[in-house]
Design a binder for this molecule. Structure first.
Ligand code: FE2
Length: 296
């Protein structure tokens, strides 16, 4: 039987950066990832979970997203999934062996705005690490800005089998497992990266990991706080290249009883942008950075 969700989870992001040595230092020494592999000028960084890598870094002239990687359910029919993506308007490559760390089988596709996504199935997972260092466990979600959010929402549902969990005035949340969201679509006029969220095991880990980032000289860009949709705690930073990255934890688990929310369900009192109201407010630097990073 075909799985309910052909995509099991978010797996990785491939980033192009103008100074790969600086990026590796930041994401390992400050953000808590570990170098898993180096090959063909790509540095693969893992978290404490079983994903072979969460971030792949490549040297380039400017900061950009090369691709966002999704992992297919092991029982999903990849050819069927590829057809579905093409029918929904995606430009898909042929299915084949993946040359990225972890291997597996898969294919890439560009969405209707030309953004590259990859799908991997049966990649080789790693043993989790329990070293008490508050390392990100896995990716929690990727938030992308969409100049035609209705078209993107349709694509995620028809092409990939995602389901909507909530919509606010600006954000549309979609899931592909029992996490409240794995991809977030931000209504905008550009088709860029909004931010990448890394899942910590607990709120305490979010705070302790964030303290290390602050110690290294990177101020909090927004937070700490607790979001509305998804109920996850958050703390946002800008990496050395202006990419907005988030520590998060306690993402809401949902099932079919979850009442899908709309914009009227998610209105904050004046002056508030989260449940707690105690964190560093989001400044223009963060707002601008959340629109600035293009896809290649
Ligand atoms: Fe987020």
């Amino acid at each position: 039987m075909a799985p309910r969700f052909p995509i099991a989870d978010l797996a990785n992001v491939h980033l192009q950066v103008p100074d790969i040595a600086k990026a590796v230092t930041f994401y390992t020494q400050v953000w808590g990832l570990l170098e898993a592999h180096r090959a063909d000028d790509v540095v693969y960084l893992r978290g404490s979970g079983s994903d072979p890598y969460l971030v792949a870094l490549q040297q380039g002239t400017h900061t950009a997203v090369i691709s966002v990687g999704l992992r297919a359910d092991p029982t999903a029919d990849l050819a069927e999934l590829r057809n579905r993506i093409v029918e929904a308007g995606g430009m898909a490559q042929d299915i084949g062996a993946c040359s990225t760390f972890g291997g597996g089988t898969g294919f890439g596709y560009r969405d209707h705005r030309g953004r590259l996504f990859t799908i991997v199935q049966d990649d080789t997972l790693l043993d989790p690490i329990e070293d008490g260092q508050h390392r990100p466990r896995r990716l929690a979600h990727v938030n992308i800005n969409c100049s035609d959010v209705e078209a993107d929402l349709t694509f995620y549902q028809q092409g990939l089998g995602f389901e909507i969990t909530d919509r606010t005035k600006i954000m549309s949340f979609v899931r592909t497992n029992d996490d409240h969201h794995v991809i977030v679509l931000a209504t905008d006029t550009v088709d860029t990266l909004n931010h990448i969220a890394f899942l910590q095991d607990t709120l305490e880990d979010v705070m302790l990991a964030s303290g290390k980032v602050v110690d290294a000289g990177y101020p909090v860009a927004w937070g700490p706080g607790r979001h509305g949709p998804g109920d996850n705690v958050f703390n946002y930073f800008l990496d050395p290249f202006g990419i907005v990255i988030e520590h998060t934890a306690e993402i809401l688990k949902v099932d079919d009883t979850y009442k899908i929310g709309g914009p009227d369900d998610w209105v904050w009192p004046p002056g508030r942008t989260d449940h707690w109201g105690v964190g560093h407010a989001k400044g223009d630097d963060c707002k601008n950075a959340q629109r600035a990073i293009p896809f290649i």
